[in-house]
Design a protein around this ligand. Sequence first.
Ligand code: NAD
Length: 248
Amino acid sequence: MKLAGKIALVTGGSRGIGRATARAFAAEGADIAFCHLNDDVQAETVAAEIRAMGRKALHRPVDVSDIKAGKSFAELAAGVLGPIDILFNNAGMNIRKPFEAYTEDDFDRIVSVHLKGMFFMAQAVYPAMAARGAGCIINVASQRGLKGAPNSAIYSAAKAGIMGFTRALSWEAAPKGVRVNAIAPGPIVTDLTATMEEADRQAFIAALPVGRFGRPEEIAATALLLAGPDGGFYVGATLSPNGGDVMY
Ligand code: NAD
């Protein structure tokens, strides 16, 4: 098993990409701590799935934009399960509006969850990883941070920032044995994309070379590559499984 004996902390693990990744990590032998936002029932389902694989699961409702709460959860996870080997920095949301309709509250919320939340969750686990000389941080960005999109100006800016943060931290972290990378998924079938207007979804699918949205498991497979023994030479990279939406 690729992650035998490892401890992974997944933010936003109750559904979608976080759930698929928590399950993929557990299937490869990792114990999982995950947080979510107001999603206790689905979180308990995911925890039961992980325990059915013979792994440990710990979950709490924690808003990652609350720096103290995120840090406390990382400390709890390390105390209960052991030192964190892998952070899958994934929790996210979006507010879709035309640029001119966005408010300061919209800006603060989206940037707080994505850029601030991921930055400080990384800071919560990084010192212990650096002290141990080993660790893996995977930040979930988006293809929207690469190419942009209408009605997602703040989200796209935050996701671009996450890729910049990934590269910047890598300069400090890699010499200490901590690999930091990003994943920029294309459109994936989750609750996040379920709220898209149907016409927008059909136009998006028509423009995609593969002609379909991706599955959360297709992102989890990339996370497993980065977290596992085959990912050792990825540093500061952004891998983008996106169905051909962005080719580079
Ligand atoms: P989802 O809505 O299915 O799941 C989001 C998860 O994050 C849930 O567990 C939710 O409880 C949690 N969450 C939301 N806000 C939180 C907060 N403030 N604090 C803690 N947990 C919070 O969404 P998803 O599609 O699985 O998205 C996961 C990540 O992937 C996000 O960062 C998203 O921006 C990114 N992403 C998604 C897509 C896509 O098409 N679905 C594409 C690119 C990037």
